[in-house]
Design a protein around this ligand. Structure first.
Ligand code: ATR
Length: 290
């Protein structure tokens, strides 16, 4: 049972909307488990109030906050420092208050990688990786793939220019080579047929678009291929179902949500996050919703 005292440390999340967020549940459960006198609060922050809200972190001495839609890019202008990965991604999802200095991080990509390693036991090293999509989520994941020893990285997107730009950023900022290709092209089919890991990052199949066909044809995949979908609502997308029936290993999106939170938890508290507990808490909440 949560007990607020004069010494309770406060963290939270800034979003608009924020009522749907499962992060308070996940983090508060983790604080209680570790006996930490911390509390995680949802803050409904409208875009025109973002600057004031960030100053509030300083003024009220919050230990940090998560930042979610639609503030991940706009918040950067209000911070004192932004770490290299968040800068390359061009978005911040976690702020840490270091004695009044607000530092921005992005834990999405690291969260995805940790989810993949812990939940499917696969690593990027030596793997042929195909990322479908070139939006904000793809950018976060691709930046954290850099220097992890992938045999190859391909980025396929409906709008090819965005894939090209992203591949350019990877080369410029990290010296990481990657190929860009058009979503639905024969190049993409070939890359998929050779892939060890496929990571789907587009909004296809995401609630309320449940009924859409899978964004790729799984017939070209080898059964050894790991198929990851970062969409967590619904818990099983059409792509995950199709990949499973093809015999592929699959990874659903709830893991990325949990582990981006676990990395933020560790940045704030300096303590290893109870990630298994966070995962079961999140799963129970998602089950209740569906
Ligand atoms: P996020 O921040 O969640 O990644 P985003 O930045 O809006 O969201 O990116 C959405 C991604 O889904 C993009 O790669 C987008 O492709 P475009 O760059 O061509 O817009 C992709 N996407 C959305 N709807 C799609 C569809 N029907 N078919 C293929 N790709 C789609």
């Amino acid at each position: 049972m949560l007990k607020l005292t004069g010494e309770t440390t406060v963290v939270g999340v800034f979003g608009d909307p924020v009522a749907h967020s499962l992060s308070p549940l996940m983090h508060n459960r983790a604080f209680a488990e570790l006996g930490l006198n911390w509390v995680y609060v949802p803050f409904h922050v409208k875009p025109d109030a973002l600057g004031g809200a960030v100053n509030g972190v300083r003024a009220l001495g919050l230990a940090g906050v998560n930042v979610t839609v639609p503030h991940k890019v706009a918040v950067m202008a209000h911070l004192d420092e932004i770490d290299e990965e968040a800068q390359a991604i061009g978005a911040v999802n976690t702020i840490v208050n270091k004695a009044g200095r607000l530092v921005g991080y992005n834990t999405d990509g690291r969260g995805f990688l940790r989810s993949m390693e812990r939940q499917s036991g696969r690593t990027v090293e030596g793997a042929r990786v195909v990322v479908i999509g070139a939006g904000g989520a793809a950018q976060a994941i691709l930046c954290s793939l850099a220097h992890k020893g992938a045999a190859s990285i391909a980025v396929a997107n409906r709008t090819i220019e965005k894939a090209r730009r992203l591949v350019g950023t990877l080369a410029k900022v990290f010296g990481q080579e990657a190929r860009s290709m058009e979503h639905g092209s024969s190049d993409e089919r070939k890359a998929l047929s050779e892939a060890d890991i496929v990571i789907h990052t587009t909004t296809v199949g995401m609630h309320p678009r449940h009924d859409e066909a899978p964004p790729i044809s799984v017939d070209v995949l080898r059964p050894e291929t790991l198929v990851c979908d970062i969409v967590y609502n619904p818990r099983e997308t059409a792509l995950i179902r199709a990949a499973r029936s093809r015999g592929c290993d699959v990874l659903t999106g709830e893991g990325m949500l949990v582990y981006q939170g676990a990395v933020a938890f560790e940045l704030w508290t300096g303590t290893t996050a109870p990630d298994e507990l966070m995962l079961t808490t999140l799963r129970a909440a998602l089950d209740q919703r569906s």
